[in-house]
Design a protein around this ligand. Structure first.
Ligand SMILES: C[S@@+](CC[C@H](N)C(=O)[O-])C[C@H]1O[C@@H](n2cnc3c(N)ncnc32)[C@H](O)[C@@H]1O
Length: 240
């Protein structure tokens, strides 16, 4: 049995690596369905915006870190063309298995985001969608993504962020703190969907995340907030 994260206190929403992996192995089969229910299908639009900011084109080599069931990597693949390549990397075999079923023609590899098994400077861009929040060491994950892109390449982070202004902040609290854990319980994993709102609360706000990306070696770093301030997409460039 996987130990669950505390739901209150400073450690709420924090899990160690083996716990994160076990959780995603467990929820893989209903992960896509839960995303569609929780976001009314909008998650596809957000991934598409993230792919826009990665600014990849025909022939580019892209790494999608913590690719899960593969939706962002599949979106990126459509942009790099036959001469380009996209590697989807994750440490949950359960999630990778679903990505492989969805797009058997794409490259899906096991890899730990904190110790990426790729050469320095080997990609034009590296992306992570809704995965950075789950890194047990965020700064190490950001440094690794920065390392594997070439000088002039881009790192893109798509994440849920906590809106601060009403009425959306009130709706967000009710939805994430009350509704999501209930839906998760019905889907079959109450613990995972209690962890989700706590992990969002614990994650740095958009301004702080920009500073952490900068500290990881990216410059300039910019970000946009969308969906009323619920979603942040950061992009940083590795200096040439
Ligand atoms: C919320 S899912 C996001 C999946 C996908 N990127 C998406 O957009 O739906 C988070 C993913 O991060 C992966 N993950 C978390 N920490 C990781 C790490 N250190 N190395 C590799 N994958 C990791 C999990 O296995 C899971 O598949």
């Amino acid at each position: 049995m996987t130990p669950t994260a505390p739901t209150t206190g400073p450690e709420a929403g924090r899990l160690e690596e083996p716990q994160v992996r076990a959780m995603f192995d467990r929820i893989a089969r209903f992960y896509d369905g839960m995303n569609s229910v929780m976001t009314a299908g909008l998650h596809h639009t957000w991934r598409s915006r993230a792919a826009d900011l990665a600014a990849v084109g025909p022939g580019d080599r892209v790494l999608d870190v913590a690719c899960g069931t593969g939706d962002l990597a599949i979106e990126l693949r459509s942009r790099v063309g036959a001469e380009g390549s996209v590697v989807g990397s994750d440490f949950s075999e359960g999630m990778l298995e679903l990505a492989r079923r969805k797009a058997p023609e794409q490259v899906w590899e096991w890899g730990n985001a904190l110790e990426l098994p790729y050469e320095t400077g080997s990609f034009d861009a590296a992306t992570v969608g809704f995965g950075a929040r789950n890194f047990s060491d965020l700064d190490q994950g950001l440094r690794e993504m920065t390392r594997v892109v070439r000088p002039g390449g881009r790192v893109v982070v798509l994440e849920i962020t906590t809106p601060t202004r009403p009425p959306l902040s009130t709706f967000f609290r009710l939805w994430f703190d009350r509704a999501v854990p209930l839906i998760g319980k019905v889907a079959g994993d109450a613990d995972a969907y209690e962890y989700l709102p706590n992990s969002v609360k614990r994650f740095p706000d958009a301004h702080t995340l920009a500073a952490r990306l900068h500290a990881a070696g990216l410059d300039p770093v910019r970000y946009l907030l969308t969906a009323g301030g619920i979603i942040a997409i950061h992009v940083g460039e590795k200096p040439a």
